[in-house]
Design a protein around this ligand. Structure first.
Ligand code: SF4
Length: 332
């Protein structure tokens, strides 16, 4: 039975006191523990930002990648092993500025992963520049006369791209956020959890008081049906005196990207035997990649490239592929 303690990390967060990232971290742990998902049974992919340090602050499998490349790496991980749940966790800058192209491609492909956006409407790590979700007129060091850009609306944008799970959470509603992340984990496709998260240091306009006065839960709205695209579109754009949180839109009828990739029909790529390449095939590949330019290579590299690895060696007939599954020592 997995418990919250299983995710405990000895590394303490460097986040500012009161930062919404603490609640997001707790909500993720709660959602995983409730579903009995152990730290090694899920991969976290994060980019660059205060919140993207998350894999350091919880015991888990994590990939802390480059700014804006979070969803590209998460997609790659899913294609390599679609048996492994993947959760991307990154800020509004990483998601909708440096990573906007990857957001578009991941949503329209319906890659089966959870995308948690720590949306504090500011660049916190680099000390308060306006972000893609900052409101028009926002005064920051990079917009001293006020931002002239209209903000991105993540739920509405996701809907226009064909997202099959669109939701908004609030870090001041911990139990609700944990529930929401759990629902996203169970969704069979791309799932956006856009989390309104106060940056208490650099964005005082969106403090807890602002959200506490406005947030309401969609599940308390009588008759609201997240399968109703028209109703969802209206809720996705509601921002003012009232701000909805919860599942805005969900469609479980669309197949995920992974379900449609022919190479994955026989199972996750990491569990499939690799074909051994001959030295000639390796040479042809290198020429294709390098345009024929020679690359110095050591004898050891040659051996590693052309000799079958443990993954490519054929298992004895009727035996499992991996040595440890056969009760043998790992030769590597
Ligand atoms: Fe959180 Fe803002 Fe501090 Fe970063 S700068 S840790 S987002 S409060």
């Amino acid at each position: 039975m997995v418990s919250l303690k299983d995710f405990h990390s000895k590394t303490l967060p460097t986040w500012c006191k009161g930062c919404g990232n603490f609640a997001i971290l707790s909500a993720i742990k709660m959602a995983l523990a409730e579903r009995d998902i152990a730290p090694h049974e899920i991969l976290f992919v994060t980019g660059v930002g205060c919140g993207s340090k998350l894999p350091h602050y919880m015991r888990s499998t994590g990939f802390h990648t480059l700014h804006g490349r979070t969803l590209a790496v998460a997609t790659g991980a899913r294609l390599a092993n679609h048996d492994l749940p993947v959760m991307a966790v990154h800020g509004d800058g990483d998601s909708f500025n440096e990573g906007m192209n990857h957001f578009v491609q991941t949503v329209r492909r319906n890659v089966n992963l959870v995308d948690v956006v720590q949306d504090n409407r500011i660049y916190g790590l680099t000390k308060g520049q306006y972000s893609p979700t900052s409101e028009k007129g926002k005064r920051t060091p990079t917009s001293p006369q006020g931002s002239i850009e209209r903000p991105v609306n993540p739920p509405a944008l996701a809907m226009t791209l064909g997202a099959t799970f669109v939701s908004r959470g609030y870090s001041g509603e911990l139990q609700h956020l944990a529930w929401l992340i759990g629902q996203a984990l169970e969704h069979p496709g791309y799932a956006l959890v856009d989390v309104m998260q106060p940056c208490v240091t650099w964005n005082r306009s969106y403090a807890y008081a602002f959200y506490n006065d406005r947030v309401y839960k969609l599940q308390d709205e009588e008759g609201y049906d997240a399968k109703d695209r028209g109703a969802a579109w209206e809720k996705a754009q509601e921002w003012g005196e009232r701000i909805p949180i919860g599942i805005i839109y969900q469609d479980t009828s669309v197949p995920s990207y992974e379900e449609q990739v022919p190479a994955l029909e026989t199972g996750p790529l990491v569990k499939q035997p690799l074909k051994t390449l001959t030295a000639e095939q390796v040479g042809a590949l290198r020429a294709e990649i390098t345009g024929g330019r020679p690359i110095p290579r050591s004898e050891e590299e040659n051996r590693r490239i052309t000799e079958p690895s443990r993954a490519t060696k054929a298992a004895p007939p009727g035996q499992p592929q991996w040595p440890e599954e056969r009760g043998e020592a790992d030769p590597e």
